[in-house]
Every structure is written in structure tokens, then in C-alpha cells.
Write a protein that binds this ligand. Structure first.
Ligand SMILES: *Cc1c(COP(=O)(O)O)cnc(C)c1O
Length: 226
């Protein structure tokens, strides 16, 4: 993408939509290229790769973690991560809070909900989400978990050409999002509905997404994991 194409693409998303450029498996030079257009939000899936890129790139980048995160790796990204979008258990959230406390940071999190047909995709079921919200808001009342801020939901729709299937899954996530919009505590306040990737971001925006995570469309095809 040249700067003109980038501008046009950003404009097409609308001013209320955050574009997270998914840079997993893309070289540092590609991130720098987009950064030079003024882009600050980048998404990464792998802890080791993120750490290596973070040290080579400007400190004002907003790094979003969007891959499956293991509890024992949180400590490596806690000092600088802008948002962890892939929180899929209460245990993980408690550990993020614990690491945030150690370094005096309040860490932004999204709860990842399982909306796709494929069972390979991670995420909470609706029941688990309901339990999590109760647990989080209860912890706020108890003055526990002061080092997380749960600011929305993230989901990935089924990878299929059937747009009706994708639209229905996205609608489902947006209904869950609306369900908790009114809940506001010191560590819970929804602002972001993160859904939509290169193939389905238009459907996502129609369904109410205000944060899209776009990789290949912005950077071109990425190299394969060997
Ligand atoms: C890779 C990835 C994306 C971006 O996918 P593209 O098809 O390249 O746009 C978005 N979200 C998550 C969670 C991903 O892992």
C-alpha cells in the first residue's frame, strides 16, 4: 500500500473505526513503512515475534496482542502491550492483573468469544462470558483486579464464502456486546467491538464492529509458519 491507498482505505472504514494492522509474520520494514504514514496500531499473534519487533520499532506504537496467549508468557509483554484482545479465561485475566500489578500498569483487555463453527478457534462460550463478566465486576466491587480494564469483545467468524453464515455470527457477537454496554465498573467498560479481517471486514462493519484487524489486505501475503 502506498500512502494514498492507505489514506483511502482508512477513510473507507470511517472515523469511528480503529484499524489494527495485523503484522504477524511480516518484516519490521513493512511495519515501519505503515508507521511512516502515521499508523500506530499493530496486531501480533506470537509473543517471541512481538518482543523482537517491539525493541526494533518506535515506542509510540500501540501493540495489540491477538493470538492465543499462555499465562506464563504474559510477563514478557505486560510492560509495553497496549491491549490484549485474546482473553479467553478468567485464569488468564487474573494473571494479566497480577503482572500489571507488579509493574504498576493497568492493562487493556478484550474478551474473546467463540463465534465460529470451527472448533479450532479459541474463545469463550456465551455462558462462560456471562460468568466472566460477573466475576470481573464482582472483583471490582471487592477492590481486586485493579490492573485490568476490560474494554470490549473480540471474535473471529467462520472462514467461509457464505456471507450469510459470517453475518449471522457477527450479529450474534454484536448482540452480546450490546448486552453489556451498560455495565460500567472501574475495571469494566465496553468501548470496542473487535471483529473483521481482510476477507470479512465489510460485513463486520455492517454488524457494528468498530475495530477491524486487517493483515494481508494491508501488507500483502505473509510468509508461512515453517
Ligand atoms: C491473522 C489474523 C488476522 C488478520 O487476518 P487477515 O486475513 O490477514 O486480514 C485478524 N485477526 C486474528 C486474530 C488473526 O490471527
Amino acid at each position: 500500500m502506498n500512502s494514498e491507498q492507505y489514506r483511502q482505505f482508512k477513510d473507507s472504514l470511517g472515523s469511528n473505526t480503529t484499524l489494527v494492522a495485523v503484522s504477524k509474520l511480516q518484516p519490521v520494514s513493512s511495519i515501519r513503512h505503515l508507521y511512516n504514514f502515521g499508523h500506530l496500531d499493530f496486531g501480533e499473534n506470537y509473543v517471541q515475534e512481538l518482543i523482537e519487533k517491539h525493541v526494533q520499532l518506535p515506542p509510540d506504537i500501540n501493540w495489540h496482542f491477538i493470538g492465543h496467549l499462555q499465562s506464563n508468557k504474559i510477563k514478557y509483554i505486560a510492560p509495553f502491550i497496549h491491549m490484549i484482545q485474546s482473553v479467553d479465561s478468567f485464569k488468564l485475566l487474573m494473571e494479566i492483573d497480577r503482572q500489571g500489578k507488579k509493574i504498576g500498569r493497568k492493562i487493556n483487555c478484550l474478551l474473546q468469544v467463540h463465534i465460529a463453527k470451527e472448533d479450532t478457534k479459541f474463545g469463550l462460550s456465551e455462558e462462560e462470558l456471562d460468568e466472566m463478566v460477573t466475576g470481573i465486576t464482582h472483583a471490582a466491587e471487592m477492590n481486586e483486579m485493579n490492573h485490568i480494564m476490560v474494554s470490549g469483545l473480540m471474535g473471529m467468524a467462520t472462514l467461509t464464502d457464505e456471507s450469510a453464515v459470517v453475518a449471522a455470527e457477527m450479529k450474534y457477537l454484536s448482540v452480546l456486546y450490546d448486552k453489556y454496554l451498560h455495565v460500567q465498573t472501574p475495571n469494566f467498560h465496553f468501548k470496542y467491538l473487535s471483529m473483521g479481517m481482510s476477507a470479512d471486514y465489510k460485513l463486520a462493519l455492517k454488524a457494528g464492529s468498530n475495530m477491524v484487524r486487517i493483515g494481508s489486505m494491508v501488507f500483502g501475503e505473509r510468509k508461512q509458519l515453517s
